[in-house]
Design a protein around this ligand. Sequence first.
Ligand SMILES: Nc1ncnc2c1ncn2[C@@H]1O[C@H](COP(=O)(O)OP(=O)(O)OP(=O)(O)O)[C@@H](O)[C@H]1O
Length: 259
Amino acid sequence: MTQALLSLDRISLSYGDIDVLRDVSLDVMPGEFVSILGPSGAGKSTIFKLLTGAVAARSGEIRFAGRPLASDDKPFAFMPQRDALMPWRRIIDNTTLGLEVQGMSRKQARKQVEPLFEEFGLGGFEQHYPHALSGGMRQRAALLRTVVQDRPVLLLDEPFGALDALTRNQMQIWLEAMWLKHRWTIILITHDVREAVMLSDRIHLLSPRPARVEQTIAVPLLRPRFSHPTVRTEAAVIETSILGSLLSPDNQEQEGPTP
Ligand SMILES: Nc1ncnc2c1ncn2[C@@H]1O[C@H](COP(=O)(O)OP(=O)(O)OP(=O)(O)O)[C@@H](O)[C@H]1O
């Protein structure tokens, strides 16, 4: 059996008195597209903060490639909810930012990102500023900045949450095509059940806070999914079942005060 690339084993975490994660266990296989789905405030973004070292667990273990994750291990490239493009930097220089932070010169970093602009649908926009780009283009630029860091795992925190429905759908189709080509290991946080079903190999469904993994759902649908009419029908059945779990009375209760 293939070894998990990443595993969280019984992770618990609090912010002061607020219990956020309680015994969260999940794993991600190499090259897998995994989603984390759960109610608002459950603790989804906290899992990414934990992986990127912004917060520490009270108990439990994170393992990466079979070893406990050390504090100076940096196997994750993180794309935040908002694109976080710097308005005063041209798109090319926004996409080099992650590499520059790692210590690469801007000149060298530009050489690395330039060949990828066409593939990310940004060809010809290298010298533009972010305000001149559509919402979808800005998200692709933010994803390009994340991908070029060449880390083993991409952490995408609701990357399409702020987009209109049509652009969002186009971005999902594009992301699946890019994933099929590159086979990145992706963890996607989303509120959108259909998005999780259409994109993921597996979905880790969180309970309300304090979060634990309520269910892990395999999505064994053919790919590419968006161009298969029968896949859409099968996806709708999985989506209905997940919505049933999320909306069940057990899943509506929150423990303690909402901060
Ligand atoms: N720095 C912090 N200090 C105190 N409480 C926090 C802090 N960060 C997050 N929280 C609380 O922890 C809980 C989990 O937050 P988190 O952002 O991880 O949830 P989420 O599932 O990503 O939410 P959403 O889907 O709404 O983005 C929330 O109740 C939030 O208010």
